[in-house]
Design a protein. Structure first.
Length: 299
């Protein structure tokens, strides 16, 4: 690997690197992105990325550094060239002088234990969804209660299935995936559809169902913008592709990638929630506005 290639690896943004590995931030505060630690189990996000300095710090481990040391945590290796090769492989970079590694990072212990799927009855989970303006009738049709253990402690979250047998999981305190990570396809109940709607996360999909904008189309949930390549295998057969992607840089890059592959078959549907980051934020604003009493209402 030449020095110019190492420099290119070094310049890869940490958030992009993590997104390609299937990890998205739980929240953002200024220049700081907070994650559930990507290589160990935890409930409260304690892994921070400074996007200005391109440095990370894991408060749970008391360790941090740059993109190379982060790759080292995934690989459990201090070998610099192994770290550089892993980053390049993750970024699909063409690098001379080495073969692609035949290994993937192996966790030292199972992160999720005794995973159970149960019906989504009314509970604090449905109260959380109600706060996001997702009604019980919609949530119970597409989601379930996910019970799981981490290091001997039991937790629960709203579960949503993906096509690889994994579970997307959401609660007030956790946003993540019980692996394997993949996309989710929700077929229309009617006859085969020629249209597919694309969403980044299942909360936006549930919002679209709540708003009644899905019609008779099939719906594809990426569960991470890093899953675009997996999505294309499914989208190739559709004549129309409507995109309800986040109105941010990652969403724009994803839309551009789909337009580059499918051209005029793709329609950007994000104008519906212009001024909002995503469809769920729009749903919350719309619902709260409808619930506000009219100033002109007579008493």
């Amino acid at each position: 690997m030449e020095q110019t290639e190492i420099d290119a690896v070094r310049q890869m943004p940490l958030a992009d690197f993590l997104a390609r590995l299937g990890h998205e931030p739980v929240r953002r505060s200024g220049n700081e992105l907070w994650y559930i630690a990507p290589y160990r189990g935890e409930r409260t996000p304690s892994f921070r990325v400074n996007v200005a300095k391109q440095l990370w710090y894991d408060f749970g481990l008391g360790k941090g550094g740059d993109i190379f040391t982060l790759a080292g945590e995934f690989l459990q290796s201090n070998d610099f060239m192994e770290q550089a090769k892993f980053i390049a492989e993750t970024a699909n970079m063409t690098v001379t002088g080495w073969e692609k590694p035949a290994y993937l990072p192996k966790p030292t212990e199972p992160v999720f234990e005794d995973v159970e799927v149960a019906p989504l009855f009314r509970s604090p989970l449905t109260e959380y969804l109600a706060e996001r303006c997702i009604p019980y009738a919609v949530a119970s049709r597409h989601c379930y209660r996910l019970n799981y253990g981490v290091r001997g402690k039991r937790y629960f979250a709203v579960g949503f299935p993906n096509m690889a047998g994994g579970h997307e999981a959401r609660s007030r305190y956790f946003k993540g995936c019980v692996p394997p990570k993949s996309v989710s396809l929700v077929k229309s109940d009617d006859t085969p559809s020629n249209e597919c709607l694309v969403f980044e996360g299942f909360m936006d999909f549930l919002s679209a169902v709540t708003l009644g904008v899905t019609g008779n189309a099939d719906c594809l949930v990426l569960n991470s913008v890093a899953n675009v390549k997996k999505a294309t295998k499914l989208l190739d057969s559709y004549g129309r592709i409507g995109c309800f992607l986040d109105r941010d840089e990652a969403g724009r890059r994803t839309l551009a990638a789909l337009v580059g592959r499918y051209g005029e078959r793709v329609t950007d549907r994000s104008s519906l929630y212009d001024g909002c980051k995503d469809l769920n934020e729009y749903l919350q604003q719309t619902t709260k506005t409808e619930k506000q009493p009219s100033k002109n209402r007579r008493i």
